[in-house]
Design a protein around this ligand. Structure first.
Ligand SMILES: [Zn+2]
Length: 259
């Protein structure tokens, strides 16, 4: 009996390892599940339908946003995987959960429904600016490229506000997004029960990410910290938020008195 159990445990382990290995091969090689590959600068775009070339403009704009990062690497080659019929995005969703997109290793995988002409991705009735979403996910690839597997999330367990907040900080560089006071005012003016915060172009950011973004923006724009410095700094999230709120309140009263 004992020998029988051992045999089955071994068989199940081998089968499990085989399936995990197979999944890894598919995840690392999107070409296996896509009909086409189109190259644009340092990007390999994987798609199943003819490509809408307006995507190139969004990619170029996203690349420009990334150039403001101390982690920027012009030689970094990325795979951009579209959600236009391939099973690949569905596999990533099954492995990692529902999202507008995922960025990991050297891959950006779009989920949701893309409207390339109007530059957004729609998911559950919410729109995320496509250029900014690409830049957000590419930031995760930059973090991975610079920090390596062991010092990146999910392995390194870097606090989410630092990991996601930086991706938001780099990608949200629109005209209505550059000023921290304005961004905080928008946050506080939004109903607390709302899951999302809306921008001028009617695209959104999830409130949680928006909050993380303001913390990173405070550290970088106001305190003039580098991202490396933020990663090393041990001040906890709550204390950074408190400090930011003090700055915001002081700044607000100064602004009102100067009018
Ligand atoms: Zn992210």
């Amino acid at each position: 009996m004992k020998r029988q159990i051992k045999k089955w445990t071994l068989r199940l382990t081998v089968t499990g390892l085989f399936i995990a290995g197979l999944l890894l091969v598919i995840v690392l090689n999107p070409i296996l599940t896509y009909a086409y590959k189109t190259t644009h600068n340092t990007y390999n775009i994987y798609h199943s339908k003819p490509l809408d070339s307006t995507l190139f403009t969004s990619l170029d704009q996203a690349a420009e946003l990334l150039q403001t990062s101390e982690f920027y690497n012009p030689k970094l080659h990325l795979d951009i995987c579209l959600n236009d019929g391939s099973k690949y995005p569905k596999l990533i969703r099954a492995l990692r959960g529902q999202a507008f997109a995922w960025g990991f290793y050297d891959k950006v995988v779009l989920q949701g429904t893309a409207n390339f002409a109007d530059n957004y991705i729609e998911l559950n009735g919410y729109k995320w600016n496509l250029t900014q979403l690409l830049a957000h996910e590419m930031t995760h690839c930059l973090q991975f490229d610079k920090l390596g597997f062991w010092k990146s999330n999910p392995v390194a367990k870097i606090p989410n506000w630092k990991w996601e907040g930086y991706a938001e900080y780099l990608s949200r560089q629109g005209m209505d997004q550059k000023d921290l006071s304005v961004n905080l005012a928008r946050l506080f003016a939004t109903d607390k029960n709302n899951w999302e915060i809306k921008f001028d172009d009617s695209t959104i950011a999830p409130r949680e990410y928006y909050d993380y973004w303001t913390l990173v923006q405070y550290c970088m724009d106001i305190k003039k910290m580098t991202y490396n410095h933020i990663l090393l700094d041990t001040t906890n999230e709550q204390n950074v938020r408190q400090e930011m709120m003090n700055w915001y309140e002081n700044n607000k009263s100064e602004r009102t008195t100067s009018y």
